[in-house]
Each structure stands twice: as C-alpha cells, then as structure tokens.
Design a protein around this ligand. Structure first.
Ligand SMILES: [Zn+2]
Length: 163
C-alpha cells in the first residue's frame, strides 16, 4: 500500500512507495528533495506538522475598524429639547417669564450636548427652544419697560394734572 506524504516545498500530496518511506525523495512537482514520511507521522511530529498548515499565513492584517467616536453612547443624559422648546413657545406667546428658564436651560443643555454629555438628538429642539427663550425674554423685557413707562407716564400725567 503506497504511503501518502507531503512535499515541504510545494505542499502537494505525494504518493510514495512503501520502500521509500524514510528515504530521501524528490518532489516531482517542484523538485524539492526531502525525506518521505507517512502522512500520519507528519501530522503527529511537531517538527514536520507545519507542512500541513495551509498556505503560509498571509500576513493577516488586523483590521480594527476605526469606529468613529461619536457612535451613540448609552450613557447620554436624556435631552430636554421638547421641554425647552415648549417653555420657549409658551414664554414667547403669552409673554411669560417662562422664556427665561427656556433660555437658561437651552444654554446649559447645548453646552452639555457639545461636550458629549447629553444626547445630541435633542440639539435642534434645544437650539430652537433657546432662541425662542431669548426672543421671549427680550419681548418680555420690552413689554415690561413699555408697560412700566406707560404706568409712570400715566401717574405722572395724573400728578401734574391741574386739580
Ligand atoms: Zn513539491
């Protein structure tokens, strides 16, 4: 029964006659001279087991995908965009002091979002709420100033009224 062996040069399987096992043989494919051993021996002998490894490892490049750092993190603080926007709108529409917290909260939350602490999903809402808060606050101030001036004028005109 012929023995199977493997050429260390080209790794092709070769059939060698029983008589040649343990002797120097020449690979017909690549011409490498080597000592023919039975395949079982090759497989168990650590010195020659290498032959059975598949192609010399092709310098496996370790592809660590550079994941962008801005991948959603689970530990974001939830944003308050909806709340801030609601405060801004209410503050603007009914000219309430609600516009002031909308502005302040929007300001601090935007900082957190940019620092990566807060969920960036809410950036648009927060930004919008903040702007409405600013407008609402300014309108409210103008309203107060105008109202105050009006009151002062009324009182003054009453005061100077001949009577
Ligand atoms: Zn060979």
């Amino acid at each position: 029964m012929p023995t199977m062996t493997r050429c260390p040069g080209c790794k092709s399987q070769l059939r060698v006659p029983d008589g040649s096992v343990g002797r120097q043989v020449k690979c017909p494919t690549c011409g490498t001279q080597f000592v023919a051993v039975s395949e079982e021996e090759v497989a168990t002998d650590p010195a020659t087991a290498r032959w059975f490894e598949d192609e010399p490892e092709e310098h496996q490049e370790q592809e660590y995908e550079e994941r962008p750092r801005r991948v959603r993190r689970r530990d974001y603080e939830p944003h308050r965009g909806g709340l801030i926007l609601a405060l801004g709108i209410i503050g603007l529409v009914i000219c309430a002091p609600l516009a002031i917290p909308a502005w302040i909260m929007g300001e601090s939350d935007l900082k957190k979002i940019r620092a990566g602490i807060m969920d960036p999903e809410g950036e648009g809402l927060t930004q919008a709420g903040r702007i409405l808060g600013i407008i609402g606050t300014i309108l409210c101030l103008i309203g107060c100033v105008c109202g105050g001036l009006y009151t002062v004028l009324v009182i003054a005109s009453l005061g100077v009224a001949p009577n």
